[in-house]
Design a protein around this ligand. Structure first.
Ligand code: ADP
Length: 317
């Protein structure tokens, strides 16, 4: 029916080599790495196969160029990435603390990422798209949010579908419109890919089975619940449920696991794979990505995932 399209921020990530608290003293950094949740999602999607495209904005700088080149060489359609002559590409400096939490210094709101808008190229892309993937990070970018209505209308009218990864980070929950925007998207989503408590937030009720029932009653047809090192579970109409065990890996860098999971799951389902196979590829994509440093560095092609699945043990249920 046409490509899978995502709207949102492209960034570079620069990470601290050592764990510790913040950036108050000079420390060794590595990067830049291509990043931004929508960019990671679409990169993994493109690597699985089927067509995939992103609507985003970068600066006329090397941080923008490494993203465009990576996405292009991994097979994504980059025609709707606009290049701003005035603003730099967004960036995120990240340092892990010993307890696994992260300190960030972001430059997104006043970077090219915030300039994303409904350009002629974006319009042309939506007019031939078959699926829109929405991520919570777009709630905070006015241009991305404004485009969403247009994109959803056009794509649904063509018989296309919509998926939603809530990705509700702390910073987003602080924004006044987040709950309202989130609820609006739940109402139009065919597929939701929540992680942890996001299932309850999407449904507006606590308890796994109550939340699943509430979402299905609202018109969602598929829920792919991400459970970190415990794998993932599909919930569908008529009480159907499919569990898929996680792969046993040593986690090096957890950033991007959920985005790789989502990119693989959406791509596999759009290629017509059955639910269990899609969950298995998605678990493999998430698990493989956490074994590699850099948010997008572990995104994998289908042959790489086949190899990973063949040699990696599963965790116990
Ligand atoms: P999010 O980043 O959105 O919170 P998760 O952390 O649940 O998402 O990761 C997405 C998927 O990636 C999981 O459902 C799982 O399949 C895989 N994954 C993530 N972390 C690990 C891990 N430490 N070990 C094995 N698989 C993992």
């Amino acid at each position: 029916l046409g490509p899978t399209v995502v709207i949102g921020e492209i960034l570079v990530e620069i990470m601290a080599k050592s764990r510790g608290d913040g950036f108050l003293e000079p420390i060794e950094l590595i990067g830049p790495y291509p990043s931004g949740a929508p960019a990671i999602f679409i990169d993994q999607c493109a690597k699985i196969g089927g067509s995939a495209a992103i609507v985003a904005s970068v600066g006329d700088d090397d941080f923008g160029r490494i993203n465009i080149e990576r996405l292009r060489s991994d097979g994504a359609d980059v025609s709707a990435i606009s290049v701003s002559p005035d603003y730099p590409t967004g960036s995120a400096f990240v340092r892990y603390r010993d307890d696994g939490s992260r300190d960030f210094v972001y430059n997104i709101g006043k970077s090219a990422a915030a300039l994303v808008s409904l350009t002629a190229e974006a319009k042309a892309l939506f007019a031939r798209a078959g699926h829109l993937h929405v991520m919570g990070t777009a709630f905070a970018i006015p241009g991305a949010w404004e485009m969403m209505d247009h994109a959803i209308g056009v794509i649904k009218q063509r018989g296309g579908s919509v998926s939603l990864d809530p990705n509700l980070r702390k910073e987003l929950l602080g924004l006044g419109q987040t709950q309202e925007r989130f609820a609006k998207l739940v109402d139009v989503a065919d597929l939701i890919l929540p992680s942890g408590d996001e299932l309850f937030m999407a449904a507006g009720v606590d308890g796994e089975s109550a939340a699943v029932t509430a979402l299905l009653a609202r018109g969602v047809t598929e829920i792919a619940l991400k459970r970190g090192e415990h794998g993932s579970t599909f919930f569908g109409p008529d009480g159907s449920r499919v569990d898929c065990r996680a792969f046993k890996v040593v986690e090096v860098d957890p950033t991007g696991a959920g985005d790789c999971f989502g990119g693989a799951y959406v791509a596999c389902r759009r290629l017509g794979m059955p639910v269990f196979k899609a969950l298995e590829y998605a678990n493999a994509a998430g698990a493989r990505n956490v074994t590699v440093q850099g948010p997008m560095e572990g995104a994998a092609s289908r042959p790489q995932l086949d190899e990973f699945i063949a040699v990696t043990p599963r965790s116990l249920p």
